[in-house]
Ligand binder design. Structure first.
Ligand code: ADP
Ligand code: MG
Length: 732
């Protein structure tokens, strides 16, 4: 019987009557008091470190200087003292393996010694390097099974922090993850290398305009979309528990058509969760700013203020972990998957990305007079050019079985990579291509005079918004909207940084060559940029990215439109991609191929899990519910027959037959899916397996689902075992 579902529903009813609903836990303290209290940040460092150690960290952050072992000893003492003052008993390196999540291995400060009391200690060696068992993490062949060693190495540019659970506190030390041979096994090390590449290239170019600028850093603001549902209902859905998405479920009578969820009132239960999450985030120095409902029912967004990229990405990874932890306390569950519900919007992670100088200038800020702002125009055009040259590599960086349901499925944004500039910037590019800088370019942003008494005129942004573009310009930054909500954004950000760094290096070479030939600097820059505008026109698209016309137009322009992961990933192992990452010292060829293999392997594992579960749920949940109900109908049929009610008998018989046609089709499709799956044995590589699953097995998911979803409205509600969409989405 459908007991779990009904118990879960009864449980919620109890909550909403005031039963065991968790009450607001967050304190009344001011944000400024809470912010960063569990972080070993620059202020805390001043208190706990010697001046020399403090400046060594500043130099590592600002100028990529390595920290000497003697200094590390002092820093280790300082961090340990702080952590113990805060009540921590353990420490862990915190790293980001290629699984996509985060990983940790805790050790106690306490070490037994000949002295009966033992000592509590953290040495420089322990701070700098730990050795988790690398064999538990995917390496894509970088590590052979018999050589399990892997190391985590401290990243001094991202601050250590303390996480607390009921039973104690632990010091977390952000770290990179490498193999015994020094190759990157995780996401952070190549991200750091790409940051160095883009910082250097962007600084070198900036010296054309101002040679007092010493460094440029990329910045990131991650908008995280997610769904939130009741824990009881979640646990009654094995598909959500094991795959993160609903493999079955008929669209609810009401969905997102009315758009009434977006900017509607946040439900109280969710608001309590958000308050708690925000407090926990603030303690960890995560600058939470914005929260709002999203388009689909039960969908929300969390957006912190942007920070330097490495820290922003760590913070995003941390927030994802925190969200799950905090939700549990509220009897809620977070669905981070890119497409938990069929027929409703999925979730993305919008990467707002820009670059800033050490003097505080945002390189993508248009300034007062964009048409006459050469630094802005230089970076703006170089970024567009970089995307046009390496669009397929950027596309590969946002693949994943979850994101396949968003990209290329008539949902923002499409699998075609293009850049939205907005009409103002399109005009600017046009003019710049023809006549170069315009000293008489219009100043300031256009004003919108409102004919409403007492309401001041609004200042328009210099771009409109385009929610259908994967890479729109938003007035002072680009927003890479195509990344998936579950993703570690290191991969897309590392790819973008590398592409742009590479482009800026080429740009500088071309400009320097012209200057060497005697061309004036501004003219040289202008000529090179004008050439780029001509070469990059095809990547710019300012229309509706969801439309069919765009697909056709993009095809004419020769833009790739690869809709599924196993094929999109192939762009990572072309010579062009290998050389791109290698020459910018971000990933060696071997490391890149290893990443490709890991991503294909993850695809294979996830689709195989889904295939098993589609079969299991169909056979153990859907069909039995249908049969149960059928047997009731058979009883009814016999009753009608005894009473001589022919028409009633005919109706019931039809009903029985209709149900049977679907259960039969499900069984048939499962048999076909199983035999398609047999081909897996003859595949010779992981990438072949991924492609086979994509082409021959996955299509059955939809066929089986269609029949199962049809049964959902034929079978008595009391027999149905899986919580329905309306319950998952609308009951809080
Ligand atoms: P939206 O209306 O697109 O949902 P939000 O306000 O939710 O916008 O999020 C915008 C994000 O862009 C924030 O994280 C914000 O800090 C970030 N952002 C703003 N300026 C920059 C910048 N210069 N570099 C990187 N990110 C930025
Ligand atoms: Mg937002």
């Amino acid at each position: 019987m459908a007991e779990i579902r009904h118990k879960a529903l009864a449980g919620i009813l109890e909550h909403s009557n005031g039963g065991s609903m968790p009450q607001k836990r967050s304190s009344k303290r001011k944000i400024s008091e809470i912010f960063g209290e569990n972080v070993f940040d620059m202020n805390t460092m001043k208190e706990y470190l010697t001046e020399g150690a403090y400046y060594a960290i500043v130099a590592a952050k600002k100028h990529n200087k390595k920290i000497e072992i003697e200094t590390a000893e002092t820093i280790a003492k300082g961090i340990k003292k702080w952590a113990m003052d805060m009540g921590a008993t353990h420490y862990t390196h915190w790293f980001q393996p290629l699984t996509g999540g985060t990983a940790e291995k805790h050790d106690a400060f306490y070490k037994p010694s000949s002295n009966a009391n033992g000592i509590e200690n953290l040495t420089a060696a322990e701070l700098i390097q730990r050795e988790p068992d690398a064999s538990s993490f995917p390496s894509g062949g970088l590590r052979s099974t018999d050589a399990a060693r892997g190391y985590t190495v401290w990243d001094p540019t991202s601050p250590a922090f303390i996480l607390e659970v009921e039973t104690g506190k632990t010091l977390y030390i952000p770290a990179v993850f490498i193999s015994y041979t020094g190759e990157c096994l995780g996401y952070k090390a190549p991200l750091l290398k790409s940051i160095e590449a883009i910082s250097k290239a962007a600084t070198d170019v900036y010296h054309y305009f101002d040679d007092t600028v010493q460094s440029v850093i990329p910045t990131l603001g991650c908008e995280q979309e997610y769904f939130i549902i009741d824990a009881g209902l979640f646990e009654a859905r094995p598909d959500l528990m094991l795959t993160g998405r609903t493999l079955f479920g008929r669209k609810s009578a009401k969905g997102q058509e009315l758009d009434d969820h977006y900017f509607g009132v946040i439900p109280e239960r969710v608001q309590l969760f958000m308050n708690d999450l925000e407090e926990e985030s603030l303690k960890l120095g995560i600058p939470v700013l914005t929260r709002h409902n999203e388009v689909a029912p039960s969908q929300f967004e969390f957006a912190p203020m942007y920070e330097e990229l490495n820290v922003a990405n760590d913070h995003n990874m941390l927030v994802m972990d925190l969200m799950h932890k905090v939700a549990r306390k509220h009897n809620l569950r977070i669905l981070m998957h890119e497409k938990p519900f069929h027929g409703l919007n999925g979730s993305g992670k919008h990467n707002n990305w820009s670059m800033a100088t050490d003097t505080g200038i945002n390189l993508l800020s248009t300034g007062n007079q964009p048409g006459n702002n050469l630094p802005f125009i230089t970076y703006f055009i170089n970024i567009i050019k970089a995307i046009s040259v390496n669009a397929d590599v950027l596309r590969a960086s946002i693949t994943g079985p979850g994101n396949d349901h968003r990209l290329g499925a008539n949902e923002a944004p499409p699998a075609i990579i293009s850049v939205f500039t907005g009409s103002e910037m399109a005009k600017l590019l046009d003019e710049f291509e023809k006549t170069g800088l315009n000293p008489n370019a219009p100043e300031g942003n256009p004003k919108l005079e409102l004919d409403i008494p007492k309401i001041p005129s609004a200042i328009l942004d210099n771009t409109d918004r385009n929610r259908t573009s994967p890479f729109p310009f938003i007035g002072n930054r680009f927003e890479f909207r195509a990344a998936g909500s579950t993703q570690n954004c290191s991969l897309p950000m590392m790819t973008l940084n590398t592409m742009v760094a590479d482009q800026l290096i080429l740009f500088k070479k071309s400009v320097d060559a012209k200057i060497a030939e005697g061309t004036d600097k501004v003219a040289a820059i202008t000529e090179v940029l004008q050439g780029y505008i001509r070469e990059s026109k095809d990547i710019i698209f300012n229309g509706d990215g969801y439309s069919e016309e765009w697909e056709k137009e993009a095809e004419k322009r020769g833009l790739a439109n690869v809709k599924t992961t196993p094929y999109a990933l192939d762009a990572l192992i072309t010579d062009q991609a290998k050389s791109l990452f290698e020459r910018n010292n971000v990933l060696s060829r071997r490391e890149l191929v290893a990443r490709y293999d890991v991503l294909q392997e993850i695809y294979v594992n996830k689709i195989s899990t889904e295939a098993c579960l589609v079969k299991e749920l169909a056979l153990t949940h859907i069909i039995p519910a249908a049969i149960d109900y059928q047997s009731k109908l058979i009883g009814l049929f016999k009753g009608y027959q005894d009473m001589g009610l022919d028409t009633a008998c005919k109706d019931v018989k039809n009903q029985i037959e209709e149900i049977h046609s679907h259960t039969h089709a499900i069984r048939e499709s499962i048999a076909q899916m199983d035999s398609a799956g047999e081909k897996l044995h003859s595949c010779t590589s992981t990438s072949d397996e991924a492609k086979m699953l994509n082409d021959s097995v996955k299509p059955f998911f939809d066929i089986i689902r269609e029949h199962a979803d049809s049964l959902e409205v034929l079978v008595d509600d009391s027999n149905w075992k899986l919580p329905k969409y309306r319950e998952l989405l609308f009951i809080k």
